[in-house]
Design a protein around this ligand. Sequence first.
Ligand SMILES: Cc1cc2nc3c(=O)[nH]c(=O)nc-3n(C[C@H](O)[C@H](O)[C@H](O)COP(=O)(O)O)c2cc1C
Length: 181
Amino acid sequence: MENKILVTYASKYGATEEIARKIGIVLREAGLSVDVLPVKEADNLRGYAAVVLGSALYMGRWRGEAVRFLKSNAQTLAQMPLWLFSSGPTGEGDPVKLVEGYIIPLPIQALVNQLHPRDITVFHGSMNIAKLNFFEKWVLDKVKADIGDFRDWNVISAWAGSIAEALRKDISSADIERTMK
Ligand SMILES: Cc1cc2nc3c(=O)[nH]c(=O)nc-3n(C[C@H](O)[C@H](O)[C@H](O)COP(=O)(O)O)c2cc1C
């Protein structure tokens, strides 16, 4: 299926997975065919027309499996429509400001630039203290992080809607090209 969209995610405790699932729902509602998969299971991009990749942020970085996915599929991803998101900051206010202006973590910025993503965004994240280990609780205490679910589903849905819109335009211009041939 040439027009299938892959929404793939790296999530430790499930918050990013739920964001990816929401994006999948919005894209399906827009009539697109979508797979939503953990990035560890997304080893083959054959058959996909576009990729949406998201990772949780831990200590200013994307999760290793998301970085490995970007690196090992860089050549293919550079030829595809690609959207990237991070799920991370908690607390009120602009999530990009909360991550100190880094729309994408510094260690992967050069790689991401080579892939020319259509858009990159940062969503507020969610932390459930009951799920965290001792070290994680200690870190959060040190940095005085706000605990709770700060995800804004309207913002997430709107971003997914903009992807659907862009893909619809791609598909219809491809159809026009085909009929003109
Ligand atoms: C130990 C620890 C470190 C974190 N570091 C960051 C960080 O550097 N930047 C950020 O925005 N969020 C950070 N977070 C918040 C998580 O990224 C956020 O809760 C995310 O939504 C979790 O996603 P997940 O449930 O999919 O793993 C951290 C959370 C923990 C527990």
